[in-house]
Design a protein around this ligand. Structure first.
Ligand code: C2O
Ligand code: CU
Length: 564
């Protein structure tokens, strides 16, 4: 059994040019697999006492879909079948490799039977859902080809858009890249009262970037460089298709956006210069709508965007774009990218450099309508926490990011199963202050232990000699932006320092960072310090926190909290 898994996995690695990545990922992955075999026995039987309102069979499998003209593209994909429940629960995106959109209601009892028909281990995580650790898709529960894992949970979340995607350690990036992802909408009564645009007026917009070879097959590179800054495609896909143009009516729409890219950060804006109206983020609706000239969206983040085309005449067009920006990549990479320097594909986005301007989605008004729903001035209510509410006002739980060619770490340590440190142990049913910052360097020897490492000297020694030659700030040379995701309940961002190693780059993204609302993934710019308040309620056990740049995650920029 074991042998088969290894063999088929190795074959996949070879096919996808993943050899190098595999080499670094194997020990942790093997570890998780050993655990997985024992523990998945617990999760593969339905509980006869659990009475589901909704039951879904979810399969991860291979398929061939049509993306580019001509030959079909081999993908990994989620396919689902509704066993029980309202028929709107599973909404296919026709022709897409993306999994169907699931639509659940707060309070529903949900059973999902996950079947792995991939030639390698996988496990599904419900990004954004507040569920038990056994249900959270922890890598230790990865199941081999042919395996089943039964998830049973109550929908505790408020209304919002979540993501389901694989989470096997060391292989999340490739599995997502090859197509495994889907949206999971939760609805509730508070939201329903607002009568926001629905049906054909509520549109999922899952944004991803991919690269194709001349045979229309997905290309994934795993050079050291790709891993260090993340892998970027040169084609933008919306809902699994390229060059997407939507034919809409001159009325209001609700766009439910997910950044499903492995590494690419977008600076979203309308091509005609009208501001973007944001009504919700990761954890659901904001209190009041926010109007922004542009909005930054990093991998793992979601946006609920209101757009009203009232008054636009038939035939008019507008595009959703990503505008130019700087400052999210290490200075070295950015200089190389913008200066040309003879780097071809495989580097910072190839034909589509990170931070360049491009179209994401074209919208054509094909039908004039006289009336549109009005944007509510008040959207939702939730408790706004302040530092005086938390259990640890003076001792924030540190999440120190350190990055480097061989050291993608949090709090100085790479991901390892069962390696919980003292500052990663959190009592259940508490509200905690967390501080995310750039620690730089990182010895990878566990010596840091969550202590903050400020200053450049440690970083320099960690990176080896020669840093002085770079002249100036080591932080500036290596530091990049990281979308940090914390599993479990959403948090509130209470402060972001504007301190930056790159003021010019920061200025190009600053106005697009949304700090209000409930978040589970927050983009941390180089030099930034972000404080968040997060509840850890209801469930004891292991919950991951990691960078949602999926290459970083797989390289080890992931840790776990133990809630006790
Ligand atoms: Cu969306 Cu732990 O991931
Ligand atoms: Cu990262």
């Amino acid at each position: 059994m074991k042998k088969n898994i290894d063999l088929s996995r190795r074959r996949f690695m070879q096919r996808t040019g993943m050899g190098l990545l595999a080499a670094t990922a194997v020990p942790a992955w093997l570890n998780a697999m050993e655990m997985g075999k024992a523990s998945s026995l617990l999760g593969n039987q339905p509980n006869p006492n659990f009475k589901p309102d909704v039951e879904i069979d979810l399969v991860a499998q291979r398929d061939v879909v049509s993306i580019l003209p001509g030959k079909g593209t081999a993908v990994f994909c989620y396919r689902a079948h509704l066993v029980k429940g309202p028929k709107e629960t599973v909404m296919e995106i026709p022709g897409s490799y993306l999994g169907p959109i699931f639509r659940l209601y707060k309070g529903q009892q949900v059973r999902i039977n996950f079947h792995n028909k991939l030639p390698e281990p996988s496990i599904t995580h419900w990004h954004g859902l507040h569920v038990s650790p056994e249900t959270d898709g922890h890598p230790m529960y990865a199941i081999a080809e042919g395996g089943v894992r039964v998830y049973e949970f109550e929908v505790l979340n408020r209304a919002g858009l979540n993501i389901y995607h694989p989470h096997p350690h060391g292989a999340t990036a490739t599995q997502v890249y090859y197509g495994l992802a889907g949206g999971l909408i939760v609805n509730d009564q508070d939201e329903a009262r607002l009568e926001l645009p629905s049906g054909e007026y509520e549109i999922p917009v899952v944004i991803q970037d991919r690269r194709f070879d001349s045979q229309n097959q997905l290309l994934y590179g795993a050079s050291m460089h790709d891993r260090t800054i993340g892998f970027y495609g040169d084609r933008i896909l919306v809902n699994g298709q390229v060059d997407v143009s939507m034919d809409l009516a001159s009325t209001a729409y609700r766009l439910r956006m997910i950044n499903g890219s492995n590494a690419r950060i977008y600076k979203l804006a309308w091509s005609d210069g009208s501001p973007l109206t944001v009504i919700g983020v990761d954890g659901g609706l904001l209190e009041v709508p926010e109007t922004k000239p542009y909005v930054m969206m990093a991998p793992g983040e979601r946006l609920d965007v209101w757009v009203d085309f009232t008054g636009r005449s038939k035939g008019s067009e507008v595009a959703l774009k990503s505008l130019a920006f700087k400052g999210v990549l290490p200075k070295m990479a950015e200089n190389r990218m913008h200066g040309g320097g003879g780097h071809g594909m495989g580097m910072m986005g190839g034909g589509l450099p990170v931070g360049s301007e491009f179209n994401i989605l074209k919208i054509r008004i094909v039908r004039e309508v006289n009336e549109a729903p009005r944007l509510p001035s008040h959207l939702s209510s939730y408790t706004q926490h302040s530092v005086s509410d938390v259990a640890n006002p003076d001792h924030p739980i540190p999440i120190g990011i350190s990055e480097g060619p061989n050291a993608m770490l949090l709090n100085g340590r790479p991901y390892a199963f069962n390696d919980v440190q003292s500052n990663e142990r959190i009592p259940v049913n508490t509200l905690q202050l967390l501080e995310i910052f750039h620690a730089h360097g990182g010895h990878g020897d566990g010596g840091v232990n969550g202590q903050e490492m400020e200053g450049q000297s440690k970083g320099m020694s960690a990176m080896g000699g020669g840093m002085n030659m770079m002249g100036g700030n080591m932080a500036m040379m290596f530091s990049m932006a990281h979308p940090i995701h914390i599993h479990g309940q959403q948090f509130q961002v209470i402060s972001r320092s504007s301190a930056s190693t790159d003021p010019e780059g920061y200025a190009s993204v600053k106005e697009g960072l949304i700090s209000s609302g409930l978040k589970d993934t927050v983009l941390v710019m180089p030099g930034e310090r972000v404080k968040v308040i997060k509840p850890f309620q209801d469930f004891k056990g292991l919950f991951m926190y990691h960078c949602h740049n999926l290459e970083h995650e797989d390289m080890g920029m992931m840790r776990e909290f133990e809630i006790y």
